[in-house]
Design a protein around this ligand. Structure first.
Ligand SMILES: Cc1cc2nc3c(=O)[nH]c(=O)nc-3n(C[C@H](O)[C@H](O)[C@H](O)COP(=O)(O)OP(=O)(O)OC[C@H]3O[C@@H](n4cnc5c(N)ncnc54)[C@H](O)[C@@H]3O)c2cc1C
Length: 419
């Protein structure tokens, strides 16, 4: 069995590592000429960490990431709404991690370079088109100088992100991603530890939130490289984003500064944290409507190409990693590739579609949305605004639903995450 993979992001690289582990050949085609540490922080949920641990990557993860200890949801004035332990402190067998996305991608890339046969990874090669027959699939990839090369395999996996060209070929009538109307600004700065030094804080409400968590050591023992996200509504749902979604677009302080005044949180001075950041990035919070099928014959989708979702609940990268495990298990256990892709799709599509929908409703963050709607100016007694049971239902309801995944994915029980 030989698998062709379009995209060497977190999903594509993890897929390659699992295929190699299970004795299958693969070739990856990545449009970028080099793997650079792009992006800012992401969260890896325990169910995804368990998969990376199965690839013996736990020590390497520990070297680049921070084990999450606690999650705090607060109002934009810093009043506590909900908090709970995370990762192993919450009883999971493996940690939850906060990690720089680019370092994670680089770590996976280096693991792939070590373990895959030479000539398996092709950088600077953009997937363009595929043709399939009863016997296999041929892809055309294009180099920066326009040279087109054909590669042949048994299966093609589109792991090429939210703007997936493989998906465009499978669903040509689908338009661009759908914008929530929320803009996200993301950055990281050396900052004083808060809430024990391994916690995530999400504060705010429906139309403006701030998220902070440490993703690496700081310049002193009292500081950490602290990831922040400010997310605010700048247009109604369904509007056209002002610019095409691009994870690497720098943000402008003039757009962001006026929004920061509404956060007065004792533990983290958001204004000063943003001011201490050099370049930061803007990205419109987008997803796509779930589709009925990811697979067509010998071609399938994975990760953001299959189920782009709002980055809530720590599910963006984590679900791509679960897809990778599930797909490689299916290919290893079926003699016939088309049947394997069907099994993979049946296992993964319903649960991930549900997460896309849940995230549109705010995911676990709906707990602070609800408080802000009911008590926009703060509260004296939170239980009078929203009972503990109701708050727990919102956070844990998401946790149990977002853990919908197949037994095949070797799932662990899932806690809710952050971003
Ligand atoms: C540069 C970048 C920065 C990001 N930063 C953040 C962040 O700060 N926070 C966050 O929550 N999420 C971020 N994400 C998204 C996050 O990585 C994904 O949601 C999640 O990890 C799922 O990964 P994926 O592998 O499915 O997709 P991605 O991580 O998007 O990877 C897709 C890969 O496919 C490649 N590709 C695209 N088109 C083609 C093509 N035609 N041919 C070949 N290769 C192609 C891309 O270059 C990329 O390497 C970022 C994504 C990218 C690409």
């Amino acid at each position: 069995m030989k698998v062709l993979i379009a995209g060497a992001g977190i999903g594509g690289l993890t897929t390659a590592l699992f295929l190699q582990r299970q004795g299958m050949r693969c070739e990856i085609f990545e449009q970028a000429k080099e793997i650079r540490a792009l992006g800012v922080g992401i969260v890896l949920m325990p169910h995804a960490v368990a998969q990376l641990a199965a690839l013996d990557l736990l020590p390497e993860l520990d070297a680049i990431a921070t084990r999450s200890a606690h999650m705090y949801y607060e109002t934009r004035r810093g009043q506590g709404v909900w908090d709970e332990p995370r990762g192993m402190l919450a009883g999971h067998a493996v940690p939850q991690f906060f990690v720089h996305r680019g370092l994670l991608q680089t770590m996976l890339f280096e693991a792939a370079c070590r373990t895959l046969p030479e000539g398996s990874i092709h950088l600077g090669q953009r997937f363009e088109a595929f043709r399939q027959t009863a016997d296999g699939v041929t892809v055309d990839v294009v180099a920066a100088d326009g040279t087109i090369t054909a590669a042949h395999g048994d299966v093609l996996v589109g792991a090429d992100g939210i703007h997936s060209v493989v998906r465009q070929r499978l669903v040509p009538q689908e338009g661009p991603p759908l914008w929530s109307g929320l803009m996200m600004w993301r950055g990281a700065a050396d900052w004083a530890t808060f809430k024990g030094g391994a916690s995530m804080l999400i504060a705010g409400g429906v139309d403006a939130k701030v998220v902070c968590y440490p993703i690496g050591p700081g310049t002193t023992p009292e500081t950490r490289l602290t990831n922040w996200v400010v997310c605010a509504r700048t247009a109604p749902f369904g509007a056209t984003p002002p610019r095409r979604e691009d994870w690497a677009r720098p943000g402008q302080m003039a757009d962001l500064a006026p929004l920061l005044k509404q956060f007065t949180i004792d533990t983290v001075n958001v204004d000063a944290l943003v001011a201490a950041t050099g370049t930061f990035w803007e990205y419109p919070m987008c997803d796509r409507d779930p589709i009925a099928h990811w697979s067509q014959g010998r071609v399938t989708l994975l990760g953001d190409a299959a189920h782009p979702m709002y980055p809530m609940g720590g599910n963006g990268a984590s679900q791509a990693i679960l897809d990778a495990r599930c797909l490689s298990d299916a290919l290893a256990t079926h003699d016939e590739p088309v049947a394997a892709l069907k099994t993979y799709e049946q296992d993964r599509l319903p649960g991930t579609s549900e997460i896309v929908r849940l995230n549109r409703g705010g995911g676990p963050e709906a707990v602070i949305d609800a408080i802000e709607v009911r008590a926009p100016d703060g509260f004296a007694d939170i239980d009078a605004v929203l009972s503990r049971g109701e708050r727990e239902q919102i956070v844990r309801g998401y946790a149990s639903k977002s853990s919908v995944m197949s037994a095949r994915a070797v799932a662990q029980s899932v806690a809710t995450g952050g971003r």
